[in-house]
Design a protein around this ligand. Structure first.
Ligand code: GTP
Ligand code: MG
Length: 203
């Protein structure tokens, strides 16, 4: 897919205030610092469309971007960092949970995992939460430039093995690097194909 336009629309913490326009939406989520905002900039070939920081917790809001005047891309706050009350499941902020439960035009969520990390409870719980709410998701293994290819293969294979303890089949996955743009075409083509598949539902 060619990116012709990428426009920031609105930030907020209230799903009711997210854009009303009914067009396909794709959310990017994962632990704080995993590289969500960097990936969005890489995909859009824009340096600072989404705000980036080396300090975890940079993205605090639900950020909507409209791409090619036809679909929304959403940068979300990371989980596993913000101070939240204990009763809140797995440390997800309530407004993130509301976003996923209420956003009717959400067609696919990308769960980002740092390719250097072994499976972590909070990520597995988040995927569980998506599954329980019948929300389709993919996995994006990020920061591929930080490991050699044999180490990456080993990590990803063992990650998938762990997932198969919880899921009958594996979700689609991608390997990306925001430094080298690895995986850009694959992720954008995937989105383009879904946009075609769901077009009838958005008429
Ligand atoms: P929060 O908004 O705090 O949840 O973080 P985030 O997931 O949006 O991460 P962000 O994109 O802000 O990146 C966090 C740090 O990781 C920054 O210092 C980035 O430069 C670095 N980073 C992100 N992606 C990559 C990558 O693919 N390769 C390398 N080497 N560094 C990366
Ligand atoms: Mg961010």
């Amino acid at each position: 897919m060619k990116i012709k336009s990428a426009d920031f629309i609105i930030s907020n913490t209230d799903v009711a205030k997210c854009p009303a326009e009914f067009i396909p939406e794709y959310a990017f989520i994962g632990r704080s610092n995993v590289g969500k905002s960097s990936l969005i900039n890489m995909l859009m070939e824009r340096k600072d469309l989404a705000k980036i920081s080396g300090t975890p917790g940079k993205t605090q809001l639900i950020n909507h971007f409209k791409i090619n005047e036809s679909w929304f891309l959403v940068d979300l706050p990371g989980y596993g960092y913000a101070k939240v009350s204990k009763k809140m499941r797995a440390g997800f902020q309530k407004f993130i949970e509301d976003y996923f439960k209420q956003r009717q035009n959400l067609v696919c969520t990308f769960v980002l995992i740092d390719c250097r990390h072994d499976p972590q409870k909070i990520d597995l719980e988040f995927m569980q939460f998506l599954g329980e709410n019948q929300l389709p998701f993919c996995i994006i293994f990020t920061k591929a430039d930080k490991l050699g290819s044999s180490k990456i293969n080993k990590q990803i294979t063992s990650y998938k093995k762990k997932l198969l303890q919880y899921w009958e089949s594996l979700p689609q996955s991608f390997l990306t690097s925001s430094s080298t743009s690895l995986g850009r075409k694959e992720v954008l083509d995937f989105i383009e194909n879904i946009n075609i598949d769901v077009a009838d539902n958005f008429k």
